[in-house]
Write a protein that binds this ligand. Structure first.
Ligand code: 9MR
Length: 579
């Protein structure tokens, strides 16, 4: 049935097509896939001194850790209690083998080795390659640039979407820029599996990478991922985000400071390579949310760029700050321009209908950038909802930025922000300790894997400001979840792990004829938001299992820049920390 439906889809998309591959299973032993799913582990591995906890779906008295080279049992442990998780509909128990610190390759076995897990590694630097790939994914998703063999390997492709000629859409028309006005908005990253560029989502993604530069400056200096700019004396992560930041600057109307919500095709293109998707592109409607997200990101960029030793980046920082102030002023004068797709446009909406949090975020970033703390107050901070950040919620991002400030003028705000972050992180740690699956996540939205990554980011900020190691085991648990210790058994980062996601909803991966998807991308993850994407696939109704590794499943298996950005943050942090 699936093959039949796939052929219909291929027929509809004419010369643009995709093919599904089956999940890549690299077991390295004779255990069957079904048995392998009975032991859930981080398939990429562990650093020697980290917490190491697997989950067993089997009730058992003991578990063995077997050294893969010698075949010898090097540790025998007693599992924790068997606990039911209503979100996954099954019971699991923990297998704690943190005591194993000797580097090597191992597997977990039960019942005299009749059931064994995938082989995993314990090694310092075990996250280095995956951290690099997670940043390299942004390069691979650059619009308007050829991806050459030298940097893209088998994922090399011609440039697509130069965006040097785009049009003002009727929804964005103004006196000076009427409908059809021609302008240019080159560069930037494709948002996700589609080829459009959206300011709201670009803002939070770019901010997260800027935050990474701010929190781990030494690591960033040495973090090289082989992109065309690698030898230019600027950290690769900064080079990468500048590619998007420069595009974002083109989205501001210089006449009034307002920021266009998106640069887009009128409808999602077929599954073509970027250079074959040549429909006209438009700048669509200015919005309050886009202008505030832009203002916050540009203000944050101005602070990061001011620290650079390169005058050219200091100058760019000043440009960013001026742009931030203009956009903020526009948003203050137009506080309720909520984005709605015009009737002839059907691409992503990112239609944030509540912008109090964006106001607070932009005000906080401008306060920090301009050294003007009249712009924010403790009262406004305390009025923010304390929840995980996402494209439509950035109150916590303002609090994170204030908590990390070293400006003496911000001391009071900083202290309050720290209190909030620590209390939130403690609450998240508590949840992970109680959860049968050892994660803080107890909701499954679209892009649930990014919530796990953002939760880990919050705990990392708490660790940064408190130096309290109690956060590390819980952060490790989040990484373990993303890399295989979850109810689906998939390692959710493409190109890594033993049970790999092969069919991400990502146009270039689907259309390039290469079996392996673009590497380093975080798949969106399980959720029960919509079942309309693959009508012929029976997806689990259990939220934590409701995932399908099929290209049709845009609601569970797409990739997106705002999901990869916290992934870079977390994997980079883990790679930089030795516990
Ligand atoms: O991540 C977005 C998710 O929170 C929304 O529920 C969903 C539907 O509006 O859209 C998601 O964002 C998509 C965007 O609209 C277009 N590019 C792909 C994004 C990831 O699926």
């Amino acid at each position: 049935m699936k093959t039949f439906i796939t052929s219909i889809f291929i027929a509809i998309t004419s010369f643009c097509n995709y093919a599904n591959s089956s999940a890549k299973e690299i077991s390295g032993n004779s255990t069957t896939p079904d048995q392998l799913d009975r032991i859930l582990i981080n398939q990429v591995g562990y650093q020697p001194n980290s917490a190491k906890i697997a989950l067993l779906r089997v009730k058992t008295e003991k578990f063995d850790i077997v050294d893969e080279t010698s075949g010898k049992v090097v540790f025998t442990g007693k599992p924790g209690p068997f606990k039911y998780w209503e979100l996954s509909g099954d019971s699991v128990c923990t297998a704690d083998f943190s005591k194993i610190t000797t580097p090597g390759k191992y597997k977990i076995c039960l019942n005299n080795k009749s059931i064994c897990s995938y082989i995993f590694e314990i090694r310092q630097g075990v996250y280095h390659d995956i951290a690099k790939a997670s940043l390299k994914a942004f390069y691979l998703n650059r619009s308007g640039m050829e991806i050459t063999k030298e940097y893209g390997g088998k994922w090399a492709r011609p440039a697509g979407h130069p965006d040097t000629l785009v049009y003002i859409h009727a929804s964005a028309a103004s006196d000076k820029r009427p409908e059809g006005f021609k302008l240019s908005g080159p560069g930037g990253w494709y948002d996700a599996g589609d080829y459009n560029k959206y300011i709201v989502n670009s803002g939070i993604s770019t901010y997260t990478l800027l935050l990474f530069c701010q929190v781990y400056p030494d690591y960033c200096k040495t973090f090289k991922v082989n992109i065309p700019e690698t030898s230019n004396n600027i950290p690769d992560v900064l080079d990468e985000l500048l590619y998007n930041l420069r595009w974002m600057l083109t989205m501001q109307d210089p006449n009034d400071g307002g920021v266009y919500h998106k640069l887009t095709n009128k409808k999602f293109s077929d599954f073509c390579m970027p250079d074959k998707a040549t429909d006209p592109r438009y700048m669509v409607s200015k919005s309050t949310a886009a202008s505030l997200d832009f203002a916050a990101t540009m203000a944050m960029a101005s602070r990061v760029l001011a620290k650079s030793e390169l005058p050219v980046l200091n100058t760019l920082g000043k440009t960013c700050l001026a742009a931030a102030k203009k956009a903020y002023r526009w948003a203050k004068a137009n506080p309720e321009i909520y984005f709605k797709n015009p009737s002839d446009v059907s691409t992503g909406a990112y239609d944030d209908m509540e912008v109090k949090d964006e106001v607070f975020w932009a005000s906080s970033e401008l306060a920090l950038a301009e050294n003007n703390f009249e712009l924010v107050s403790k009262k406004e901070m305390n009025a923010q909802k304390i929840m995980v950040q996402s494209w439509d919620y950035s109150g916590i991002s303002g609090i994170i930025s204030l908590s990390l400030s070293e400006n003496p003028k911000a001391a009071e705000l900083q202290a309050e922000a720290r209190k909030i972050i620590i209390a939130f992180a403690d609450q998240l740690v508590g949840k992970s300790e109680e959860s049968p699956y050892k994660v803080s996540l107890n909701f499954f939205k679209w892009g649930s894997n990014s919530d796990v990554a953002n939760i880990a980011l919050i705990k990392l900020v708490a660790f940064k400001i408190s130096h309290d190691k109690k956060y590390m085991a819980s952060i490790q648990g989040d990484v373990d979840y993303l890399l295989g210790r979850n109810a689906t058994g998939y390692c959710f980062v493409t190109g890594f792990g033993s049970k790999q996601v092969m069919n991400i909803h990502h146009r270039p991966s689907g259309a390039d004829g290469v079996t392996e998807p673009y590497p380093g991308f975080l798949s969106g993850g399980p959720n029960t938001i919509t079942f309309a994407d693959c009508p012929d696939i029976n997806r689990s109704k259990l939220p934590a299992r409701s995932f399908v590794d099929d290209v049709c499943s845009y609601s569970t298996n797409e990739v997106a820049i705002n999901w990869n950005a916290p992934l870079v943050f977390v994997l980079g942090a883990m790679d930089s920390l030795t516990h």
